[in-house]
Structure formats: structure tokens, C-alpha cells
Design a protein around this ligand. Structure first.
Ligand SMILES: *[C@@H]1O[C@H](CO)[C@@H](O)[C@H](O)[C@H]1NC(C)=O
Ligand SMILES: *[C@@H]1O[C@H](CO)[C@@H](O)[C@H](O)[C@H]1NC(C)=O
Ligand SMILES: *[C@@H]1O[C@H](CO)[C@@H](O)[C@H](O)[C@H]1NC(C)=O
Length: 219
């Protein structure tokens, strides 16, 4: 399954158009000093030297209840078995703030699989109708890696917001990730992989026809 995920990720990466992101290189030091560091708050910000900012949002509707979707995505923050990631360490129970999950990922920009720790920073259940919202972020920072050509590179981090809500007979699911990276990471491919895995499981469970209505990725 890890292998499948790795293959899918690099296939997505190959299919992705080449984006041009703003980097810090052209800004003078007065602008650099004026902006706060990019982080969990969505605001005007500045990535560390050598990093560029990217922001990807993916959303769509599953023809199933928010409670059904929630039972797949959210039994606990550390449980990523539904997408087959290689989770090597977890801390915390259920959705305790500060819970963490560590997994390894193949990334074309790095000479070896990278280990990423994600830490839960907020979590709210929508008690009446099912669903939740939560934020989490990369926790193992500063993060350094070696490019295939031997160069050392550094990542400033990424931050994510996710929300699942009942909308009529459908559940609306939104996942947004913003980041300061020094090489392109295919966040949109990763998001779409998770959306299609949820749709697949809903179908396997007989809870939907496996479709995602209005699946949209921006960024
Ligand atoms: C998961 O990652 C760990 C650490 O890199 C590695 O030792 C282990 O073999 C991996 N497991 C699988 C199933 O790929
Ligand atoms: C798991 O993560 C926690 C928190 O980052 C750390 O203290 C602990 O040493 C880790 N355990 C292993 C086996 O890596
Ligand atoms: C998340 O849910 C809580 C509780 O319902 C709400 O107060 C908060 O505004 C929500 N956050 C966002 C970003 O919508």
C-alpha cells in the first residue's frame, strides 16, 4: 500500500503543471522585516529564505452523511490506515490537542523517504449533525533533507485546515494546506488521493455510489 501511494504520488507529480510560485529572493530586506513568518494563521506572511509559499484547497460533496464520512476519516488523529500511509509513531488519544502522527513518504525532491510529524492544533466536533473542523501542522521543524544532487535544503513547514459538514443529504468536505517549501510537493495530488480513497470506502461499505460531486482543487 505504501508502494502504491508512493507510485500514485509520483504519477501525480509528473502530471502536474509547472507552477511558478513567489519566492523571497526578489524582496528587499525592508519588506522581509515587515511581514510576520508564515504559520497557522492565514495572513500576509513571509516564508523563510529560499522557500516559496503555496496554498492548495480541495473540496467536494460525498453522497453520504457527515457521520458516515467521519467514521472513515476521523476515528482518531493518529489513524491514517485508511490511506495506507506508513505511520511509524503516534502520540495522544482520539483527538486530544497536541496528538501527533509520524509517517514516511517518498518525495522526488529528496534522495531518501522523508519522515513527517503532524501535530493536531485545534479540533471541534459538530455534535448535532455530525462532522468536525480541525487544524494541524508539521511538527518536526526545522526540517532538512538532501536533494538527489546532494544539495541540502530546508522546509519552513505546512499547515492544514479540514472541515466536514452535513449539507442537505450530502456531506461537504474541505481540506486546505498552505506551506513554505523549497521544492514542489504535490499537495493537490495528495488531497485528491485522500478524497478518492474516502469515496471508495463509502462505496465498499454500501453507503454511497462512490462518487464525489463537484470535486475541485485550487492552487
Ligand atoms: C515504514 O517505515 C519504516 C521507517 O522508515 C521502515 O523501517 C519500514 O520498513 C516501513 N514499512 C513499510 C511497510 O514500508
Ligand atoms: C514518538 O514521538 C514522541 C513525540 O515526538 C517522541 O517523544 C518519542 O520518542 C517517539 N517515539 C519513537 C519510538 O520514535
Ligand atoms: C470550527 O468550529 C467551531 C465550533 O463550531 C467554530 O466556532 C469555528 O468558527 C470553526 N472554525 C472555522 C475556521 O470555521
Amino acid at each position: 500500500m505504501l508502494l502504491e501511494l508512493a507510485i500514485s504520488l509520483s504519477a501525480f507529480a509528473l502530471a502536474s503543471p509547472v507552477h511558478s510560485y513567489p519566492s523571497n529572493v526578489k524582496q528587499d530586506s525592508s519588506t522581509l522585516n515587515a511581514l510576520p513568518a508564515c504559520g497557522p494563521v492565514v495572513q500576509s506572511c513571509q516564508c523563510p529564505e529560499g522557500n516559496f509559499y503555496s496554498s492548495v484547497a480541495t473540496y467536494g460533496f460525498f453522497p453520504a452523511s457527515a457521520k458516515d464520512v467521519q467514521s472513515i476519516t476521523a476515528s482518531s488523529f493518529s489513524d491514517l490506515s485508511y490511506i495506507g500511509l506508513n505511520v511509524t509513531n503516534t502520540t495522544g488519544q482520539d483527538f486530544e490537542i497536541g496528538s501527533s502522527r509520524t509517517f514516511t513518504l517518498q518525495w522526488d525532491a529528496a534522495s531518501e523517504p522523508i519522515s513527517v510529524t503532524e501535530v493536531l492544533t485545534t479540533y471541534n466536533n459538530y455534535l448535532e449533525s455530525g462532522g468536525f473542523n480541525m487544524t494541524w501542522e508539521m511538527g518536526n521543524l526545522p526540517f532538512s533533507y538532501t536533494r538527489p544532487n546532494g544539495e541540502e535544503a530546508k522546509i519552513g513547514g505546512f499547515w492544514s485546515y479540514e472541515e466536514l459538514r452535513q449539507v442537505g443529504d450530502y456531506s461537504f468536505f474541505l481540506w486546505s494546506t498552505w506551506s513554505c517549501f523549497s521544492d514542489v510537493f504535490d499537495f493537490s495530488g495528495f488531497h485528491e488521493l485522500v478524497f478518492s480513497r474516502i469515496a471508495e470506502i463509502l462505496k465498499e461499505q454500501g453507503k454511497s455510489d462512490g462518487s464525489i460531486i463537484g470535486l475541485t482543487t485550487t492552487g
